[in-house]
Design a protein around this ligand. Structure first.
Ligand SMILES: Cc1cc2nc3c(=O)[nH]c(=O)nc-3n(C[C@H](O)[C@H](O)[C@H](O)COP(=O)(O)OP(=O)(O)OC[C@H]3O[C@@H](n4cnc5c(N)ncnc54)[C@H](O)[C@@H]3O)c2cc1C
Length: 294
């Protein structure tokens, strides 16, 4: 199903994000994860797009596989390392494979490169990719949003102006980078309303917190600041794996409850190809009367 059609019917959605496994063993882990998450009845799932050629082909393969299993799926797609013509060719391949939904991204600079440099004959920004896909006419698109500043942007507001542009080009909505304060989400929504005159469908991207050191590493990589209140709760437990996991999941559940209460149109869980934490969070939310699907 196209996500623009799904969003027209559903006020809130639950979705999970996977990445292409690198080996046969991790492929089986992903298969198990998909099976274990199936009973939660997610509205859609998405598959990331890597920097290298082999993981890119896997994105398409996994999305096809998920669709054959009856799921609504979305392929991530970036501008990295491809010319405009190669991207058009990729769209042909995706359409031939029955893929209808794309998360259009610029992508991060490849390893060892500090700044993003567009490929010769390629695209510089996600907005350019969104225009290419819109002109193609065969796909529903989403884009990325950053409640905390995108690492390269001069300010949050400077980045949100570009987000407004991406939404105006025709994205059915956006999924956020992981973030940890409800206020950042509300500030972004208020800013978008003031620039576009409407409320955008911005689905919070949620990282299940299970390990303090992993959280610090993840946030360093993606530039998301960890608020003091979260640090104070989890850092003292950092080396007690059981205690930090319990406290991290409890914190994530509270955060999700607050976001849903503040009007978020569902949740997108970064599962990291594992099912347990995501399943615990969704089950806890439902028990507490905060179903992500409303
Ligand atoms: C939900 C989600 C999923 C992701 N999945 C993947 C994935 O599968 N594969 C992957 O490689 N990466 C992925 N990323 C990471 C993403 O590619 C990076 O964060 C990238 O740095 C920004 O991508 P973007 O689409 O927001 O880029 P853009 O919207 O192009 O923004 C990038 C920077 O350029 C600025 N900018 C935008 N337009 C203009 C303009 N016209 N003039 C000047 N500046 C401008 C923005 O403010 C921002 O600072 C994902 C991110 C999110 C939030």
């Amino acid at each position: 199903m196209r996500l623009d059609d799904l969003f027209a019917r559903r006020t809130r959605t639950l979705s999970f994000e996977f990445f292409p496994p690198k080996s046969e063993r991790t492929w089986y882990t992903l298969e198990d994860t998909i099976d274990q998450l199936a009973p939660l009845g997610a509205d859609f799932v998405s598959v990331t797009y890597g920097a290298g050629g082999s993981t890119r082909a896997k994105t398409r393969e996994i999305v096809e596989h998920l669709q054959k299993a009856g799921m609504t799926a979305m392929a991530h797609l970036t501008c990295v390392g491809a010319t405009r013509d190669e991207l058009k060719e990729l769209l042909n391949e995706y359409a031939a494979a029955g893929i209808e939904n794309l998360l259009a991204l610029r992508g991060d600079p490849p390893k060892g490169q500090e700044r993003f440099v567009p490929t010769d004959g390629g695209l510089a920004h996600a907005a350019d990719l969104l225009r290419l896909i819109r002109d193609d006419g065969r796909f529903a698109t989403l884009c990325a949003a950053f409640p905390d500043r995108h690492p390269e942007a001069a300010s949050r507001e400077a980045d949100w102006i570009h987000l407004a542009e991406k939404l105006t080009i025709g994205s059915a909505g956006a999924i956020t980078q992981c973030f940890f304060t409800v206020q950042a989400y509300l500030d972004m929504q208020r800013h978008l309303r003031s620039t576009t005159g409407r409320t955008a469908r911005i689905i919070p991207g949620i990282l299940p917190i299970t390990d303090w050191h992993a959280l610090e590493r993840f946030c360093l990589r993606c530039g998301a600041p960890i608020p003091e209140e979260l640090r104070a709760r989890l850092a003292p437990l950092a080396d007690d794996k059981v205690a930090v996991r319990r406290a991290g999941i409890a914190w994530t559940v509270e955060f999700c409850q607050q976001l849903l209460a503040a009007g978020a149109p569902g949740l997108h869980l970064y599962c990291l190809n594992r099912s347990t934490a995501a399943a615990e969070i969704v089950t806890a939310l439902r028990t507490l009367g905060s179903d992500p699907q409303g």
